[in-house]
Ligand binder design. Structure first.
Ligand SMILES: NC(=O)c1ccc[n+]([C@@H]2O[C@H](COP(=O)([O-])OP(=O)(O)OC[C@H]3O[C@@H](n4cnc5c(N)ncnc54)[C@H](O)[C@@H]3O)[C@@H](O)[C@H]2O)c1
Ligand SMILES: O=C(O)C[C@H](O)C(=O)O
Length: 329
């Protein structure tokens, strides 16, 4: 048996937490031979609810689950952690943009970044799900002194999955046939789901879906607005699909990416594709092996794509400027 991996999850008593913990504990993320410790972090008032979740974890008797630590203490919560999944934060309500949450949620990530730097395992990786996730990840990364910047990620996989599902429906194929779908930029209404480089059954999307106006307008808008559509329909933000996307993200970061394909996750820009260095922006990523990834280079960016990517990067710069007080000089 392998040594257990330690996973810390903030907001563990929330909606996404409830859809996430049990899949991690079951082995669906790290594999059937990988024991897991869970460190579950909540704010004090949510600890009674979290204890109920822990009772349910006990009652699953998962063979791979080892230690479960529920806590409101960040040092205890991130101690020895290999994967920190930062979900805990307030979700938006109908009529809000995700960026409107910066003032409420941004400050959560300074203390968490610092606590990760103090307590986590040397190989820690951090995935931010709580919105606005790109800029929250930027805050955590800049406060986590000594943790390499390439260990921080923000989630745009839900957008990728949504985009694949929309294209597959339009082309009447199974969504597994859609590849090379990159979400560029921010997890927000400015994100750019890049249909120009995506493929269906290995062929360019535009060869399969000839309705170019649909691709340029309805498709992009549907993906950009999907989170709001779910809030309007459910009265609460996406949870099961978000947890699923977090699982997909981690799995894609620990497994080599199939040859020729890529996956979407926001990373600390190295300046590739003219995206300002240091911003947490989504781009095409390949995983070489567990712990080693790279930005896929040479993906064609036409004038239409350039304009869309630049608009989303501009928004990320504005969000960064809005939280400058939370970023150490
Ligand atoms: N990136 C994405 O694709 C994506 C998708 C869906 C939701 N989200 C975001 O994920 C976040 C969580 O959504 P949810 O539906 O689970 O919300 P929720 O309100 O159901 O749960 C959030 C939990 O976080 C906890 N929390 C708040 N502040 C905390 C802190 N400082 N430390 C630890 N825990 C804290 C709350 O007590 C609550 O239990 C929201 O910000 C939402 O917008 C992101
Ligand atoms: O849209 C939201 O506020 C929640 C989440 O980011 C989503 O995309 O579903």
């Amino acid at each position: 048996m392998k040594d257990p991996i330690t996973v810390s999850i903030t907001g563990a008593a929330g909606q996404i937490g409830y859809a996430l913990l049990f899949r991690i504990a079951s082995g669906a993320v790290f594999g059937p031979d990988q024991p897991v410790n869970l460190r579950l972090i909540e704010i004090e008032p949510a600890l009674p609810a979290l204890n109920g979740v822990v009772m349910e974890l006990d009652d699953c008797a998962f063979p791979l689950l080892r230690e479960v630590v529920p806590t409101a203490d960040l040092n205890e919560g991130f101690r020895g952690t290999n994967w920190a999944l930062l979900v805990g934060s307030v979700p938006r309500k109908a009529g809000m943009e995700r960026g409107d949450l910066l003032g409420i949620n941004g400050k959560i990530f300074t203390g968490q970044g610092k606590a990760i730097a103090r307590n986590a395992a040397k190989d820690v990786r951090v995935l931010v799900v709580g919105n606005p996730c790109n800029t929250n990840a930027l805050i955590a990364m800049n406060n986590a002194d000594g943790v390499p910047k390439e260990r921080f990620f923000a989630m745009t996989r839900l957008d990728e999955n949504r985009a694949k599902s929309q294209l597959a429906k339009k082309a009447s194929v199974h969504h597994s046939k859609v590849t090379n779908l990159c979400i560029w930029g921010n997890h927000s209404a400015t994100q750019y789901p890049d249909f120009t480089n995506a493929k269906i059954n290995g062929r360019p999307v535009a060869d399969v879906i000839s309705h170019v106006e649909w691709l340029k307008n309805d498709f992009i808008k549907t993906v950009q607005q999907r989170g709001a559509a779910i809030i309007a329909a459910r009265g609460a933000s996406s949870a099961a699909s978000a947890a699923n996307a977090a699982i997909d993200t981690v799995k894609s970061l620990i497994t080599p990416t199939p040859a020729g394909d890529w996956h979407s996750v926001a990373v600390c820009s190295d300046g590739s594709y003219g995206i300002e260095k240091g911003l947490i922006a989504s781009m095409p990523i390949r995983t070489i092996e567990d712990g080693k990834w790279e930005v896929v280079q040479g993906v064609p960016v036409d004038a239409f794509s350039r304009e869309k990517i630049d608009a989303s990067i501009k928004e990320l710069q504005e969000e960064r400027d809005a939280v400058k007080d939370l970023l150490p000089k």
